[in-house]
Design a protein around this ligand. Sequence first.
Ligand code: CUO
Length: 717
Amino acid sequence: MSDLQLRQRQILNLFERVAQPLTPKPDIIFELPEFVFPPDSVSAFRPPADGLNIPELELVKTVPRGRLFSTFHPGHREAAYALVRIFKNAPTVADMLNLAAHPDIRDQVNEHIFVFALSAALIQRRDARSLRIPPIWEIFPGKFFETRVRSEAQTTVQQQLKQPAKAEPIIIDRNFAATDRVVENKLSYFREDLGINSHHWHWHLIFPVEATADIVNPPDRRGELFYYMHQQILARRLVVSYFGSYDAERIANGLARVTSYHDWDQPILEAYFPKLTTANGAIHWASRPSGLVLKDINIPDEGTELGIEFQIHNLELWRTRILHAIHKGSVVKGNGQVIQLDDKTGTNTLGELIEASQWSADKLFYGDLHNFGHIAMCYIHDPDRSHSENMGVMGDSVTAMRDPIFYRWHKFIDSLFQQFKATLSPYTAQQLTLEGITLNSVEVRRNQPPASGLTAPKNLIITGWQESVVELDRGLDFSSLTPVQARVTHLQHEDFTYRIQVTNSTKTSQDVVLRIFLTPIKDQAGRTFSFREQRLLMIELDKFVTRITPGANVIRRKSDESSVTIPFEQTFRDLETAAPAVPIAPGGVPTNLPTDKRTNFCGCGWPDHFLVPRGVPNPGMPFTLFVMATSWKEDRVNETTTATGGDDTKKLCRNAASYCGILDDKYPDKRPMGFPFDRPPDKSITSLAKFIDKSANMTTTDIRIQFENRVLHRFPQ
Ligand code: CUO
């Protein structure tokens, strides 16, 4: 076993059954890290309990083992970051993993904090870039699957002990959280999707609201990414909700767009009952029945655990101050320095302020609005914990997107950004056009011809279901003879290709950025959207650089090359069999990089299986596909980056750069995120057709997305 393979297997071992004491695999040795322990105990796996120089863990242990952990909670974050620092301070990756295995750490600190801290350290350490962490649902199946799954798994294992046989995967019901009588539940295939929730966890893991001392600057445009990634989730979720456009039941129930949650003294009508547990069933996540109202939060310190106290009034005050800054056009730092909210950095400044991160201009004054909103909602059922209830799913970035209130809360957060965007001047013709480049047409075609042997009709995308088998045993508290697996059903689409016809009327080749968006045409009542509404429903599908030679060009681009998504296998990968084979070079960057999935960073990215919304059954739901060409020379951030994922020497995986940026590098596009739809257009522009009218470098076509209510694919096949 190479050193790299050993480290990879150590990681898997460390993340196995994290609620239980570590059981080292027979062939995996954890040595005592030399920098911590006296040399005479180096070779033993378990050191004697006394006389060891273990790092100070008091702060880490302020959140006891077994308790749920919230990255939105300042006290929890402090505890977690104390451990991130310990891991990052280990001289080598080997030292870090050995230290992580120490019983005082692995078996004593809060298991959620352990996973968060080790994952964060593995992502942030440059010398760990070719090592990967397992999918989060394998580590904590309880955050994804209902309690029943664990008891079924246990029954299967007991049967196997009596009569060894290959166990069938446990079937996960797509609608386990509620019945279809609740109209909102028709969207549970979106809210409860493994890939979507895993993306959200990764995003917050790689863009934490605070950093260890070695990270001086925040990741490039972190605050703007916070705005844009969440705005895109909303747009996607909104569009998904429109599949009900033709659904009489939905209209009858009056379920339309997500409304912003900003009347904080009004009851929240959408309930959520997660049916999730953690610590293998020992701890449940709280339910949030309909009709609860936000209350002041006053959770006392309990034993060692730091409490949290704030009033809903604080949220109101912070909102007022933020709105004041937006309409004043500037924020004021703690030291009195004024920062203008301009069209270049304004969104980023606001993002850091609203979320709020350690890079907020003044956290004392502008507060902690977004994070405390998550906290207020996750404790809404027991705001002072007088019933000793656990938090609800809004408290954890792994689970928050399951709750309908997540979308209403983020709609409110997004409305702040939109108010700022409305203060900016509309893009000028000069900013929108590109001389010499004409986009003549765009069309899409499925890659696979239909079974009938006919050519696939153009501008029709087919969606349906995929059944995928995922591993569960890493996170269960009992071992089994054969792997415990679950079969999940999730959305999938047939792969397709864009065919874009471009004419270059200049005399030289031009490098252009092609920006592809998708937008619905009509609302749930069949009414055509105004451009003002449609702009906010634009879903980014792809963004890439291509060279256009003089004259006519045809550009083909496959749907699975998208800059917003990560491939299906990257979401549902099997780490054991796909252990990386790339050596780590001095300096930490692996040599001989393959082009695919090699780092933990690669877990961030919208899942490819959700690239396009579901649509409706035959004849499908109409959408407009929009493509725009801009100049790469003007949009390029520096000489080495490409629009889709950094220069090849740094390209550790196929990045989903649009929503996740590039690790340790600048965001690869100078334009504001969401350009050209991030700002309201001139008032005279009342439709998308008018918007593209004067710009030859833009084109649209109408397509349909047709949902077939059957299993299109199985994974593995
Ligand atoms: Cu991602 Cu509120 O920021 O959950």
